[in-house]
Design a binder for this molecule. Structure first.
Ligand SMILES: [Zn+2]
Ligand SMILES: [Zn+2]
Length: 161
């Protein structure tokens, strides 16, 4: 039997599916430049992740030690590939620029674990937190995928109005 066109209050039944479709479209967006606080581009054509040049950062952790990881530059994609060393995907890591060693700027804390934070890479060589991407410093966290921090900041301020 086909679904009722009207619900029991006599109103039209309208399926709500639009939100999920929007997410799928966003996952296709790729970052092609991501800068450290000192203006070094972290995107490397030598280390593809998910078919696109990755974001290369140095990591440091109590359990993980030191190493180098390439993060996916695709929005919403949590893939990464370890280039140097070994990483504990559940540990909050310190991310820094492989060129100058400057630690990435912190945007906010992340609810996934007590020490977890989201860190930023800037979309332009000058530091502008409204034109940046952000990701959690715990690689297993769903927020470790690249998000646009400017968009997130705008969304939050709209919600508070
Ligand atoms: Zn740098
Ligand atoms: Zn997290």
């Amino acid at each position: 039997m086909p679904g009722n066109m009207f619900n029991d209050k006599g109103r039209l039944n309208i399926p709500e599916i639009e939100h999920d479709e929007r997410k799928t479209i966003k996952a296709e967006v790729v970052v092609n430049a991501a800068y450290c606080p000192e203006g070094h581009n972290l995107i490397s054509v030598d280390h593809d992740v998910s078919g696109f040049p990755g974001i290369i950062v140095r990591f440091r952790g109590r359990k993980s030690g030191n190493g180098l990881v390439s993060l996916s530059a695709v929005f919403g994609d949590t893939s990464y590939s370890v280039i140097e060393g070994e990483v504990d995907p559940n540990e909050p890591l310190v991310f820094s620029c492989p060129n100058c060693g400057t630690e990435l700027d912190v945007l906010a804390s992340c609810p996934c674990s007590p020490e977890a934070v989201t860190v930023m890479c800037y979309l332009y060589p000058r530091k502008d937190p409204h034109q940046a991407i952000a990701f959690c410093n715990v690689l297993s966290c769903p927020n470790s995928a690249v998000i646009r921090s400017g968009e997130i900041i705008r969304m939050l301020s709209e919600l508070h109005l």
